[in-house]
Design a binder for this molecule. Structure first.
Ligand code: SF4
Length: 223
């Protein structure tokens, strides 16, 4: 994980103290509900941990849970999740084959005067604080390839210079050596499905997302 130097904001220590040593995936999924590694647990309904086979060959990593995910406790179940399912199927995957998670496990939002909750991207320090959970998931799943969905996930791994537009669809080695794996997984960056949903060129952008997912499928098949 690409992390800015220095402590996380205020009194928050990051997620590492909340991760039980030698825990398997079921225990991690329970422990994340007690995480106080940053301030985002305060307003969210619950933490949303990853979902999918523990030995999936492909892991998809998004930004953070949205409104529906926060309520249900499951990742990618809202409109963006449905679009992702469509893209996965067109690329030759099905959702049950892949492990899906986010770089941040609690929903960050603002409220309108009507009290509607509006997504707000996590700050970089919050992404850094939550990073140990993603590393714990990677250590359990040990995927062949990690698909980074959108800029927040890409910057979490490659740093602030990461841009979806210039790096999407490329097969890139994991850039850091902090991953407790015998061989680091490959990464394939692409757009976040919510960006495809908002696009005025949705058909073209969906096709581009499918093309990037096919790159990930090919990378996985080669290993
Ligand atoms: S967002 Fe991550 S680090 Fe912050 S409280 Fe939730 S699980 Fe912990």
């Amino acid at each position: 994980m690409n992390a800015p130097a220095g402590p996380t904001r205020g009194s928050h220590r990051g997620a590492a103290p909340f991760i039980p040593p030698d825990a398997g995936m079921p225990d991690l999924a329970v422990a994340v509900q007690g995480c106080r590694g940053c301030d985002l647990y305060q307003d969210a309904t619950q933490a949303v941990f990853g979902a999918g086979p523990t030995k999936a060959r492909v892991m998809l990593v998004g930004e953070q849970p949205g409104d529906q995910e926060d309520r249900s406790g499951e990742p990618f179940v809202g409109p963006a999740g449905r679009l992702l399912d469509t893209a996965l199927e067109e690329a030759g995957f099905s959702r049950p084959e892949v492990y899906v998670t986010n770089v941040v496990k609690h929903f960050r939002f603002t409220r309108t005067r009507g009290r509607q909750r509006i997504h707000k991207s996590p700050a970089r320090w919050q992404v850094t604080a939550c990073g140990p959970w993603l590393l714990a998931e990677l250590a359990q799943v040990r995927p062949d390839v990690v698909v980074l969905l959108g800029g927040t996930a890409g910057q979490a791994v490659f740093g602030p210079d990461f841009r979806v537009t210039t790096m999407r669809g490329s097969v890139l080695p994991w850039p850091q050596d902090d991953l407790p794996l015998p061989s680091p997984p490959w990464c394939v960056p692409t757009a976040h499905p919510s960006a495809v949903l908002r696009s005025r060129h949705r058909d073209e952008d969906l096709a581009a997302l499918v093309a990037d997912l096919r790159v990930a499928a090919g990378t996985s098949a080669e290993r």
